[in-house]
Design a protein around this ligand. Structure first.
Ligand SMILES: *[C@@H]1O[C@H](CO)[C@@H](O)[C@H](O)[C@H]1NC(C)=O
Ligand SMILES: *[C@@H]1O[C@H](CO)[C@@H](O)[C@H](O)[C@H]1NC(C)=O
Length: 367
């Protein structure tokens, strides 16, 4: 018994961030939109961006809706699992406590949210990136009063950060003529405005302690089913795809600049645009049979805003690139996550001292 205790202490000293006897785990803080939401919008009762009805979550855990805008896992779920990090709970989950935050981190992502405050107004309630950062500051206060400033600083500097937003700034703002931004900017000036706003937000996160951060770029958003139905031929919207490429290029430069100029910052940019584009052009090469319509759809009424209980499901969810009008399926997310991991070259985070409390729920496709 003594021997085991000795080993445990040794391991804790090696791998934990030991500060005055307090061992902090490496956890994640996730900022994002519906592609990363794990339940925040479920608690925004007036939000129109909801994944709280069947068949969302059908391939995750018990199969009930859990707030993810997907049948299974998000890209952040898959990447975090691969890194050996616990899955952070939604900030608005009423059971969130300081202890849970110290063990698991927090996910602030909210469906409909954007880099810009004005994005997604149509959804009535959503957390934009600035709001998410404000909530993160509140979390920092809570942790500081729980473990003290010095330990809290180490905890937040040792954590991993993900910021994955931008598609709503186009799809639910700039590209919709009902919004002011669509007539106040042109393609170039809008991308500049968006990426300069992102630059300020990332600098703010660095000021708040973020050192290891990754930003996910945009996919070919002109090819989501919702965009395809805008044309009678069902082709991808070329302009939306060009905007995604232009955003990715500018955001990549922002991340590079920040990584080179901010002290101790390892800020990385990863996108899976090319791979997703290839999946969409050659779905059978990747085991998909459909790359242009949603697996969950409301018969011939398209686009339906969300998947609802009355919708019909495709027979094999693993063979569809898109789960609903906006969001990739679990299988497509796996390809996206693999590509980002390949590009950014992650190594597993060793947390030998603390067994992962993550639910470790693997989706199953045995249907
Ligand atoms: C964006 O919203 C935040 C609050 O969430 C506010 O502090 C900030 O001033 C707003 N920024 C702009 C440019 O409106
Ligand atoms: C950068 O890292 C060094 C070594 O860990 C540390 O002493 C220094 O305070 C850090 N600076 C900032 C701004 O994080």
């Amino acid at each position: 018994m003594k021997f085991i205790v000795a080993i445990t202490i040794l391991v804790v000293t090696f791998f934990g961030i030991a500060i005055d006897g307090y061992n902090c785990k490496v956890v994640q803080f996730i900022f994002g939109d519906s592609l990363s939401d794990v339940g925040n919008n479920m608690h925004l009762s007036r939000s129109l961006a909801q994944a709280n009805l069947p068949w969302y979550g059908i391939d995750f855990g018990n199969g009930l809706p859990n707030g993810r805008f997907c049948n299974g896992r998000t890209v952040s779920d898959i990447i975090g699992d691969r890194l050996g990090l616990p899955r952070p709970p939604a900030f608005l989950d009423p059971s969130l406590t300081e202890d849970i935050i110290l063990e698991n981190g927090v996910n602030f992502a909210s469906g409909g949210g954007g880099i810009l405050n004005e994005t997604g107004g149509y959804f009535i309630q959503r957390l934009s990136l600035y709001k998410q950062i404000e909530l993160f500051q509140g979390v920092q206060e809570m942790i500081r009063s729980k473990i003290g400033k010095e330990a809290a600083d180490k905890f937040f500097q040792g954590a991993r950060y993900v910021a994955a937003l931008g598609s709503n700034d186009f799809i639910n703002n700039y590209l919709m003529p009902v919004y002011r931004d669509s007539w106040s900017y042109n393609d170039q000036t809008f991308v500049d405005y968006l990426t300069e706003t992102l630059r300020s937000q990332l600098k703010l996160l660095h000021k708040l302690g973020a050192r290891k951060l990754m930003v996910f770029g945009l996919g070919p958003m002109g090819c989501i089913p919702l965009q395809r139905v805008l044309s009678t031929s069902g082709e991808c919207q070329d302009r939306a795809n060009k905007l995604a490429l232009s955003f990715n290029k500018a955001a990549s430069k922002v991340l590079n600049d920040l990584s080179n100029s901010l002290p101790n910052a390892s800020f990385q940019f990863g996108d899976a645009y090319d791979v997703v584009n290839d999946v969409i052009s050659n779905p059978s090469n990747y085991g998909f049979s459909n790359a242009d319509s949603p697996c969950c759809s409301f018969g011939r009424i398209r686009p339906a805003l969300t998947c609802v209980p009355a919708s019909s499901l495709c027979t094999d969810r693993s063979k569809y690139v898109f789960w609903d009008e906006y969001h990739p399926s679990d299988s497509a997310n796996e390809i996206i996550a693999n590509e980002i991991i390949k590009k950014l070259g992650f190594e597993r985070v060793d947390q030998t001292d603390a067994p992962s409390p993550s639910p470790a729920i693997a989706p199953s496709f045995e249907d």
